[in-house]
Design a protein around this ligand. Structure first.
Ligand code: ZN
Length: 490
């Protein structure tokens, strides 16, 4: 070993201490704060995939990456374009309950935000109809489960729950249930059974594009659902527990009517893009192996109030930009190639991640590591997880945390398919058997605000974001220069 190369020489390839120190300090808290504030600004309109606000965020990010010397990964340039229908929510909508009271009807009007959120998946219009509680809103005859069996929802509004009744970890069962997680399928089953509207018992907003132009969909808080269940002899928590513990439906009429209204504007011809930039590896052989840092850039848009999406996912996007800046501007050498990948259309169903994986121009085995960053910017501690065959990647990050950052760090790994996380971009890579690592932060002392307009800088801890950039930058320099990466096949 040459003098001056110190012990770090071999671990980080040809990079000397000065380069490493400059990579470590390349990104300031001011940088992160500035980028976050650009991405959440009203001009970016909440970064809805398909909308001009997202395009502006994508262009801004590509300009930043180009400015630091990164090159487009694809010949066509930084933007990997794909079709993405989208829906603009044009008003706050309406949700009312009509309660029979001694020959009269009392109407209670709920409030946008506090009581319900509109979803892009909705069509436009207004309906007033009887409300039926329909469990998870799933018809799965091959699984012997049908929330619509034995009830009549023709011309009625249904209340359905999030996700599936199955709560176990059995892999085969999870795979069989997986298609029923999809929100669009809940709309499909409701329509097939004749329903005219859906109250989703899951109180967050979502931008998925319109499923049916005449079908109204609002997401309501539990206390609203409880109002509908009042007097039926059913308690919401007890009904949920019954369905999940016995895996049998419990559907019933609430005996009350509701009014649902919303105005949406569906754009079936929308287009959006991933932003894909690269630092090419220096080694003529190893440059054909890729490390990917991924984060989704899109969010919910204007519904019609601005959803800034600071944590979800201006945070991950800013971290990916920070890693790009640190590695590129420090001049750190990587023998392998690094791809900085900002996904479009995550919020509408991981579309950008699927598009990238399906159109990756080389054999997928050439991707040696994918680190996904989604909602990473709160608390005081790190966590990372991956599948057992790829756990050597976690060790690298742990060692770099011990060396450079010293945050509490929890890691977790299991058999390659131990945990289906169907709603993250990392899962798309994981399911394609590409070594995907989920990296996150934890230890925040206030509840995380998710898919609400209050997802602002107030819930962000810039300090831990700075440390995420440090630990991942140094880890990537190490992974990018290793002689070989110890990965097992799943
Ligand atoms: Zn989200």
């Amino acid at each position: 070993m040459l003098p001056g190369h110190a012990q770090t020489g071999s671990q980080y390839g040809a990079n000397d201490k000065e380069v490493l120190i400059s990579a470590l300090h390349a990104v300031s808290e001011e940088d992160i704060d500035r980028w976050m504030n650009v991405l959440i600004s009203p001009e970016m309109r909440g970064r809805l995939a398909g909308d001009i606000g997202y395009d502006m965020a994508a262009r801004w990010s590509a300009d930043k990456l180009a400015g630091w010397g990164l090159k487009p990964f694809f010949e066509e340039g930084f933007f990997q374009e794909f079709d993405q229908p989208y829906t603009l929510v044009k008003d706050k909508g309406q949700l009312e309950i009509h309660l029979p009271a001694g020959g009269q009807v009392i109407t209670k009007t709920y409030a946008y935000g506090d009581d319900y959120w509109p979803w892009g998946i909705s069509g436009s219009g207004e309906v007033t109809a009887e409300v039926v509680y329909a469990g998870h809103g799933i018809s799965a005859p091959e699984l012997g489960y049908d929330d619509y069996a034995g009830i009549d929802v023709e011309g009625k509004i249904v209340i359905t729950e999030l996700g599936i009744p199955y709560r176990g970890q059995n892999q085969d069962s999870l795979l069989m249930w997986a298609p029923y997680v999809d929100h669009a399928n809940k709309v499909k089953y409701a329509i097939e059974n004749g329903a005219v509207g859906l109250i989703f018992a899951y109180h967050v907003a979502s931008p998925r594009p319109t499923a049916d132009p005449d079908f109204i969909f609002l997401a309501a808080a539990d206390h609203v659902v409880e109002d509908f269940l009042a007097g039926t002899g059913h308690q919401l928590s007890e009904v949920r527990e019954h369905i999940r513990s016995t895996m049998t439906p419990r559907s019933f009429s609430t005996g009350k009517e509701a009014t649902l209204a919303l105005s949406t504007e569906y754009h079936p011809d929308g287009k959006t893009s991933n932003v894909v930039a690269m630092i090419e590896g220096s080694d003529p052989e190893l440059r054909n192996e890729f490390i990917i840092v991924g984060a989704h850039l899109d969010h919910l848009g204007m519904m019609p109030v601005l959803f800034p999406g600071a944590l979800d996912n201006a945070s991950g996007s800013s971290l990916a930009l920070g890693i790009a800046k640190a590695i590129s501007t420090s001049g750190a050498e990587l023998r392998r190639s690094l791809i900085i990948l900002l996904f479009g259309a995550e919020e509408v169903g991981l579309v950008g991640a699927r598009h990238f994986v399906e159109h990756f121009p080389y054999p997928q085995q050439q991707i040696k590591a994918m680190i996904n960053l989604d909602m990473v910017g709160r608390g005081n501690a790190f966590f990372a997880s991956t599948a057992q065959p790829w756990s050597s990647l976690l060790e690298v990050i742990e060692n770099n945390n011990e060396r450079w950052v010293h945050r509490p760090f929890a890691t977790r790994s299991g058999p390659w398919n131990y945990q289906i996380r169907p709603r993250t971009d990392g899962a798309v890579f994981h399911n394609a058997q590409i070594p995907a690592v989920t990296f996150g932060t934890r230890g925040a002392t206030t509840p995380t605000l998710y898919h609400v307009p209050e997802d602002t800088m107030e819930q962000i801890d810039i300090e831990i974001m700075r440390d995420v950039i440090k630990v991942l930058t140094m880890s990537i320099i190490e992974i990018g220069n290793k002689e070989s990466i110890q990965l097992d096949t799943p």
